[in-house]
Design a protein around this ligand. Structure first.
Ligand SMILES: [Zn+2]
Length: 214
């Protein structure tokens, strides 16, 4: 392959990847019926919405404390004891995603050494950084930081600096007032004359995802 063909091939691959990502996102949105998260502006906390803010902060805290699950990579080419080019292998499949190639940096070398074609488990997260290698653009993954308890001070500092956090707020279902059951408008209900509330799927609560920003 000459350079032009290689570039063409890369463009095609990246186009395919974009298409695939778009299809995936569309499918995800369709399957979950997920709406865009609501926005909660931390700079506008007042007495009136303080309780809601506290609940959202507790939720953001819980999400921040959740450890990153292990990812599996198949080493394509060893670069050093702690850096390799690898394919992402979705857990449970042991089949590498051969369209996607990454540079993965480990925090420390694995005890048994690192070899081409080996499967490596790492708690890693993709960064926005990319590197060029053999005419391909590779996304850089780095070791995930250990989850830490997010303090109120740290949260405020980071939000003020422009970072956003994701949080869930649950409120009482307005249809069933929290009981999870409603009187049907027509037809007969079950034993108590009621049926499961459709609005909250019988949970009595409705969860809404929020983005917390300054
Ligand atoms: Zn309900």
């Amino acid at each position: 392959m000459n350079l032009n063909q290689e570039n063409q091939a890369m463009r095609t691959t990246s186009k395919q990847m974009t298409m695939r990502a778009m299809i995936l996102v569309t499918a995800l949105l369709a399957s979950s019926g997920a709406a865009e998260p609501e926005v909660f502006e931390v700079s506008k906390v007042t007495k009136a919405n303080r309780a809601m803010f506290l609940e959202l902060f507790a939720s953001a805290q819980a999400e921040a404390a959740r450890p990153v699950p292990e990812s599996i990579f198949k080493v394509r080419r060893k670069r050093s004891d702690t850096e390799f080019e690898g394919y992402y292998v979705p857990p449970g499949t042991l089949q590498a995603d051969y369209d996607q190639l990454y540079i993965v940096r480990l925090a420390k070398a694995p005890e048994h050494g690192l070899a081409d074609d080996e499967l490596v488990r790492a708690k890693a997260i993709p960064t926005t950084k990319t590197v060029e290698s053999s005419g391909r653009t590779l996304r850089v993954w780095v070791p995930a930081p250990e989850p830490q308890k997010l303090t109120r001070e740290d949260f405020l500092k980071r939000v003020k600096a422009g970072e956003t956090f994701s949080a869930i707020h649950s409120s009482l279902c307005q249809e069933c007032r929290g009981s999870g059951r409603v009187t049907p408008t027509r037809g007969k209900g079950e034993k108590d004359g009621k049926v499961r509330c459709r609005s909250c799927h019988g949970k009595g609560k409705r969860a809404v995802r929020y983005t917390l920003k300054w």
